[in-house]
Design a binder for this molecule. Structure first.
Ligand SMILES: [Zn+2]
Length: 365
């Protein structure tokens, strides 16, 4: 969640991609059929990034016809109402058979508990399918005090130079933020992992694990007609959030992310990519190259700034983002700034030191 989405005209990078559906978007509660039995729907989000794409895949399990849902939306009344419209008009009267979740961020897993409970029967449990890592982290995060808030998060941001007392107070007060969007996570699940093949309506979809955005993100690839449900790992318009969080303060997620998207180059360039945010597109290799150049350029900017004078992550925000950010964006931006600093620190191009003020600064190695 929380990739950045400033309003702006299409960039040269976006124009280099092909959008086979043009400007078509599913209306609330409606679907667009992309292939027979592959339907696209959208749910709103109350963030700068204002929507998420979800997918419905026609399926059959234990002799019952129905739907595999991929990702869920956050749990709020508007999203539940939107789903009700989908149940009434877009499922051909058939049930949801299982809920596949690409990763544990709230916009993807929020309503999994509700969908599983609603469509589970004594004879047929409607199961959540997710990576083991993300299921466990989600189960921990629903407990109040974890996930983008609380005193640990505030201390972490302060140690990286976010000293504005009002912002830190808001972060500290945001205990239970994750649970406000994801009130529950199913207590049982089915495990997705790298290389696992899901047979959805008899057609194989291969799980592709990706790192650096979520603990263990799973994308799904159908080889026979080159269809990739990319989740948040490859997005057409915005760059995926790659952040360091307080629970793993020395993390180095950026190389993990870049390695993960590099591995997706093994898929054909003509793959139709179904991203969680933005429009379905073709041009996978082009987009991977754009993202690699984007991060290379940001790393170069950060390196140059830190070589001029040791910098904290907070001091990198104008270098990396160059615009005003709200609190929600600031916390993600801080995580991203630390990720870029750590990539340079871990590869030996910067060294870090902690000042008497308790703030980490990164300078020339
Ligand atoms: Zn995400």
């Amino acid at each position: 969640m929380a990739e950045r989405s400033p309003p702006r005209p299409p960039s040269a990078d976006e124009l280099a991609l092909e959008y086979p559906l043009g400007d078509a978007l599913p209306a609330p509660g409606q679907v667009i059929e992309l292939r027979p039995g592959v339907r696209w729907l959208r749910m709103g989000l109350p963030f700068a990034l204002d929507h998420i794409n979800l997918w419905l895949l026609a399926d059959e399990m234990d002799g019952r016809r129905g739907w595999t849902v991929v990702d869920c939306g956050i749990d709020n009344p508007a999203t539940r109402a939107n789903w009700e419209q989908v149940f009434a008009s877009a499922l051909d009267g058939l049930p949801v058979l299982r809920v596949v979740v690409t990763h544990m961020h709230p916009d993807h897993i929020g309503l999994a508990h509700w969908l599983c409970a609603r469509f589970g029967t004594p004879e047929h449990e409607c199961r959540l399918w997710i990576s083991a890592t993300d299921w466990h982290v989600a189960r921990l995060a629903v407990q109040a005090g974890q996930g983008q808030g609380g005193s640990d998060a505030a201390d972490f941001f302060a140690s990286h130079g976010l000293v504005d007392a009002a912002s830190l107070d808001k972060v500290r007060a945001r205990r239970g933020y994750y649970a406000s969007l994801v009130p529950a996570v199913p207590t049982r699940y089915a495990r997705l992992h790298e290389g696992l093949v899901l047979h959805i309506d008899g057609r194989p979809w291969r799980c592709i694990a990706g790192y650096g955005h979520a603990p263990e993100h799973i994308a799904l690839y159908r080889e026979d007609d080159a269809l990739l449900i990319s989740g948040d790992m490859v997005l057409p318009r915005i760059s995926t959030n790659v952040s360091v969080y307080e629970a793993e303060p020395e993390a180095d997620p950026l190389p993990m992310f870049l390695d993960s998207i590099e591995r997706l180059r093994a898929l054909p360039e003509g793959t139709l990519v179904l991203p969680s945010h933005g429009r379905p597109f073709r041009g996978l290799h082009t987009r991977i190259g754009q993202l690699q150049r984007h991060h290379d350029a940001r790393l170069a900017d950060v390196l140059a700034a830190c070589r001029a004078a040791p910098c904290s992550a907070a001091e990198m925000l104008p270098v990396l983002f160059g615009r005003a950010l709200d609190l929600h964006q600031t916390t993600f931006a801080m995580g991203e700034a630390v990720a870029h600093l750590h990539a340079l620190w871990r590869r030996g191009q910067l060294r870090r030191g902690r000042g008497a003020d308790g703030v980490w600064r990164f300078g020339a190695a």
